[in-house]
Design a protein around this ligand. Structure first.
Ligand SMILES: Cc1cc2nc3c(=O)[nH]c(=O)nc-3n(C[C@H](O)[C@H](O)[C@H](O)COP(=O)(O)O)c2cc1C
Length: 211
């Protein structure tokens, strides 16, 4: 298939060994921040925050809490995807304040939708809200994986870490956050043997049903 984006998606891989001497520029990091903020989320509520860790010492303290995966310290930056500790009615109101201010929309037009969201979130239990927020975090990571591929930035999506330890080490509870995913980003090491491996996939005809 002759497509630039497919070529880029073939180029990317879950990078196991980063070149610790190569750092992303501030402009590249800014692209990742903007792309994170532009991720689509359910109701547009963005129940997420992303930590961007460039500090070497901090990255190193996180390795034991990451199943000793060295990507965490060798990558240029470590992205930590976090969910909010909960969604309160104040949080939902703040979203509608932004809609009103950004689009100059009459609040009356927004009221029914706002009330509906406040009511529906008040009926959900904490686990349900957390599951919902975590899904949004996966979407953000997926978005950034593609953005990285397009920008020629190497990345490794990671679930293999201990969220409670991250939360403690990064003092996330104090910030009203919980870590759910991490993604080291930077440049692949020349000798990362995974870089040259063929992609293992089930095959388009097997995973897509056209009707
Ligand atoms: C949600 C998620 C969690 C993952 N966790 C890890 C991880 O902790 N460590 C790791 O080395 N790779 C991890 N991977 C990488 C996958 O193993 C990899 O994406 C998959 O084998 C497909 O290979 P490719 O990304 O190189 O095409 C994860 C991928 C995803 C999407």
């Amino acid at each position: 298939m002759n497509s630039k984006i497919i070529e880029k998606l073939q180029w990317r891989y879950a990078t196991k060994k980063f070149d610790s001497n190569k750092k992303l520029s501030e402009a590249q990091v800014n692209i990742l921040k903007e792309a994170f903020n532009l991720t689509a989320t359910s109701y547009g509520l963005q129940p997420l925050k992303m930590l961007v860790i460039g500090d070497q010492e901090i990255k190193e303290t996180l390795v034991p809490a990451s199943m000793n995966q060295a990507q965490v310290k060798d990558a240029s930056h470590l992205l930590v995807f976090c969910i909010e500790s909960t969604i309160s009615s104040e949080y939902i109101k703040a979203h509608f304040n932004r809609v009103e201010a950004t689009r100059n929309t009459d609040r009356e037009i927004l009221n029914d939708y706002e009330d509906f969201l406040i009511d529906s979130f008040s009926k959900k239990d904490q686990d349900e809200i957390r599951n919902w927020m975590t899904k949004q975090a996966y979407l953000a990571m997926g978005n950034l994986l593609t953005v990285c591929a397009v920008e020629g930035i190497d990345a490794c999506p990671m679930e293999g870490f201990e969220p409670e330890k991250y939360d403690e080490l990064l003092q996330l509870k104090e910030k009203g956050l919980r870590s759910v995913l991490v993604m080291p980003v930077g440049y692949r090491a020349e000798d990362d043997m995974f870089a040259g491996m063929k992609k293992v996939r089930r095959g388009v005809e097997e995973v897509v049903i056209s009707i």
